[in-house]
Ligand binder design. Sequence first.
Ligand SMILES: Cc1cc2nc3c(=O)[nH]c(=O)nc-3n(C[C@H](O)[C@H](O)[C@H](O)COP(=O)(O)OP(=O)(O)OC[C@H]3O[C@@H](n4cnc5c(N)ncnc54)[C@H](O)[C@@H]3O)c2cc1C
Length: 392
Amino acid sequence: MSTSHYKHPDYYLIDELLTDEHKIIRDSVRDWVNREVKPIIEEANLKHEAPMHLIKKMGENGIFGPFIPEEYGGAGLDYISYGLIMQELERGDSAVRSTASVQTSLVMYPIFAFGADEQKKKYLPKLASAELIGCFGLTEPNHGSDPGSMITKIEDKGSHYLLNGAKMWITNSTIADIGIVWAKDEEGIVRGIIVEKGMEGLSAPETHGKWSLRASVTGELVFDDVKVPKENLLPKSKGLKSPLMCLNSARYGIAWGVIGAASECYDTALRYSLERKQFDRYIGSFQLQQKKLAEMVTEITKAQLLAWRLGVLKNDNKATAQMISMAKRNNVKIALDITREARQVLGAMGVTSDFPIMRHMMNLESVITYEGTHDIHLLITGHDITDIPAYK
Ligand SMILES: Cc1cc2nc3c(=O)[nH]c(=O)nc-3n(C[C@H](O)[C@H](O)[C@H](O)COP(=O)(O)OP(=O)(O)OC[C@H]3O[C@@H](n4cnc5c(N)ncnc54)[C@H](O)[C@@H]3O)c2cc1C
C-alpha cells in the first residue's frame, strides 16, 4: 500500500476557515514533504541518520522563520501559516519538524525578540537560509522540568563573559553553528547568550542510542571556561521568562505539528482497513476496527479546532502560555494514542518500516516529553484554574 494517496482528514471543513494564502502554503509544504521527505525518511530513521540535505532545502524553501519579518530573512507570515507548515513537516517526520521548530522558535525567535539590531542582521538571514544551523540549550543533566534551578553560569570578566556548565538533550547540538544558551549571571538572573562553533572550551558530544527522533541528532553542550564576546549576550533577555517565551512559540508549533503525524497514521489505518480482508471481509467492516477509526478522526477533528482557534488567538496576540500548554498537551496525547490504535489496525504489518506508524509512535514519545512534559502541562492548567502552583 503506497502512502502517496494521502488524504488529509477534514471532517469539519476546516479548510473553509483558511485563507487562500494558507492553503497555498500548506499545499506547497505538503508537496515538498511528499517529494523530499517521504522517500528517504524510513531509511534515515532505521540508520539513525539526520538527513542534512533536508535542512539546506528547508532553508531554500523558506520553511525557517515564517513569522520573522522579511527584512530579517523571514517570510512575514501569520501564525496559522506557521502552524500549517509544522503540520505538514510532522506528517513527514517529527525529527524534521523538530529541526524547523528549533531553528525558528528557539533560535531565530530569541534573537529577534531579545537581540540587538546588529545581532538580528548578523544571524537571522543566515539562519533563515540554513547557511547557519542553530540549537537551543536550556535543559541540564540535573535540571529538566525545573530549568529555573539551572547551574550553568556566565561571569562578567570585563572584556568578555566566561561560560561554565553543561546542557543535555540538545537537538542538533553536534551540527549547530550557533547555540542560544541560557545561563545565570552573578545575580542569579537567567540570560541568553549566543555561543559559536569553534569557541575554545566548547564541546558537543552526541547522545547515542535514541529510539525516537532518529532522523535528527541530539547531544550535549559542555562549557569549560568558554570565553564569549560581550556582544553575544542577548541584551533584552532577562529572567526565566525569556526562554519560556521561546518554548511557547515552539509548543504552539508542536500543537499543530502532531496533527500531521496523527493524520498520516489515521489515513494509513483507514486505507489498510479497506484493503485487508480477514474472515472474507474487509477488516474495516468490523465494528471494533470502525470504533478505532471513528475515535481517531473525532480526536483529530477536535485537535484541529483547538489548533486553529489557538492560531487565531496568537495572531491577535491573545494566546496565553496556559492556552498553548493545553493545546500542546492535548494534541500530542491524542496523536500518540492514535499511533498506537492505528498500529493495531495494521496487525503485524504495523510494526514494520513499510508503514510510517511505528516511526511516528516512537517519535511522539519524545514530543510528549520535550518542551514541557505531559504532566507539567497539566500542572500549568491546574495552576491557572486554581491559582495554586502544584509543581513544588
Ligand atoms: C529527543 C529530545 C530532544 C530534546 N531537545 C531539547 C533541546 O533542543 N533543548 C533543550 O533545552 N532541551 C531539549 N530536550 C529536553 C526536554 O525538554 C526535557 O527532557 C524535558 O524538559 C523533561 O526534562 P527531564 O527529561 O529532565 O525530565 P524530568 O524533569 O526529570 O522529569 C521526569 C518525570 O518527572 C515528572 N515531573 C517532574 N517534575 C514534576 C512535578 N513537579 N510534578 C509532577 N511530576 C513531575 C515529569 O513530568 C516526568 O514525567 C529534549 C529532549 C528529548 C527527549
